[in-house]
Design a protein around this ligand. Sequence first.
Ligand code: ZN
Length: 269
Amino acid sequence: MADPARLSLNTATVREAWDLGACIEGCARHGIGWIGPWRDAVAAYGLGRAVRHLRDAGLGVSGLCRGGWWTAGSLAEAIDDNRRAIDEAAALGARCLVVVNGGLPEGSRDLAAARARCLEGLAAVLDHARAAAVALALEPLHPMTCADRSVLVTLAQALAWCDTLGEGVGVAVDSYHVWWDPDLAASLARAQGRILAFHVCDWLRDTRDLVFDRGMMGDGVIDLARLRGLVDHAGYDGPIEVEILSRRWWGRDPDEVLATLKERFVACV
Ligand code: ZN
């Protein structure tokens, strides 16, 4: 069983009903000690106001979602935006900046070039991140997202990028993206000391939408307790974010969602 003190609310889980302020109050009300905000929620609420509210509520920030997107527009713009994301993560006292790297550029079929561009972007912001003491957590996404969201698709590939980039870079392990991987246990063993974030939700057998139909822990097919054990074994003892992007759950009362995820965290993770 995961220690309930490790539970963190990724704000995307209740993003349709609550702004960042309501998420902070909700965590306080439900005894959740960590939060993982998204940048758009921070921007809408105001960075300074968010910093004050988080401090007053005594909440820790498990990670800021998200930097990356190296391949969407110009690389120079992406580099500037990632430097701003690093500054925001530093202001929030976030344990890391979660990086989702981006898919193939519009009209391109050159996967190798897209991957090279991600590495170029990461290398370009690394000094800034190191100076700000913000660790970059590379999040491999499920290969179904390779065209439009992430050319980084496995934990093994993410660890290879970490090897290339060096100090200040680690990985974010998200159950939804890595559970299917036959090399997962071996990759997690190799990730010793390099896991910066751990996100959990479940994969529904009858999933209706590959982006917005993530399952509540216990409703799907992922052995989350086993995965958590492997992640623990790799030396990660930080907060565990519940990140459920789901039209089903967005339609529910957020207080009910928080009560449910707290219960399931203890029962299933
Ligand atoms: Zn995630």
